[in-house]
Design a protein around this ligand. Sequence first.
Ligand SMILES: C[S@@+](CC[C@H](N)C(=O)[O-])C[C@H]1O[C@@H](n2cnc3c(N)ncnc32)[C@H](O)[C@@H]1O
Length: 255
Amino acid sequence: MLSYQHAYHAGNPADLHKHLVLAELLALLTRKARGISYMETHAGRGRYDLSAPESLKTGEAAEGIEAITLPDSPLATALQTTRARFGEAAYPGSPLIAQTLLREQDRLHLMELHPAEFGALRRALRTEHTSVHHRDGYEGILSLSPPKPRKGLVLVDPSYEVKTEYEQVAEFTHKLMAKWPEATVMIWYPILAEGRHAELISGLKLNFTRHEVGFNLKDGEGMTGSGLLLVNAPYGSADILKRVPAMTGNLISKI
Ligand SMILES: C[S@@+](CC[C@H](N)C(=O)[O-])C[C@H]1O[C@@H](n2cnc3c(N)ncnc32)[C@H](O)[C@@H]1O
């Protein structure tokens, strides 16, 4: 089933949580000259237009990125670079954030299964140092792991349309760690009334850091918060996680 389209949700408070932490982690991992590998299981279309009907229909960006001014930060750099190239309504998805922040010596491997999203992703990114795959993200990342360079980060960002995906993410992470034990893994999950993310958290039989935020929205229905799990979190991540709510003007708050 591939009915989920991130264009309806781009730039919402959950994206802010995920993208702020992602951009900061990439900045941390690229402090030294040695190259890194950056991989994504679920890449999406790479770049979003916040003036598109999908975005205006839900109004989620209006309650997220459009409601705040980002302080000087790696995400602000990626946003400014994207807007300078593509106009003021553009918003970078995780692949474009990574491509903006990564260097000559780094490598990107991105998986996207939806044919139209995959096509848009290919068009949104430069080709240097980047491979874009029309492929199942779990299978694709496992088959490429461990990559070269061996230092690196994997973002796991499914839509959780299929409820078994919470368990699937835990199972995938164990397989990934068996193949590439030193990888930093960042898993995103929604916080919904049913609380299914508990299956993911109890299913993960390894050490991880958990960071959850709640949203201060007018309509408290639907997704009320956003969670991140970090495996092999690099030194310095704790400070990043602490700073995130303030960076959003407390639009999101730690829970
Ligand atoms: C939440 S969106 C990704 C958003 C993106 N990571 C970002 O932050 O900009 C999830 C994406 O996963 C894609 N997808 C769903 N199942 C997939 C699978 N098994 N393998 C790869 N991509 C998949 C969907 O088409 C969708 O574009």
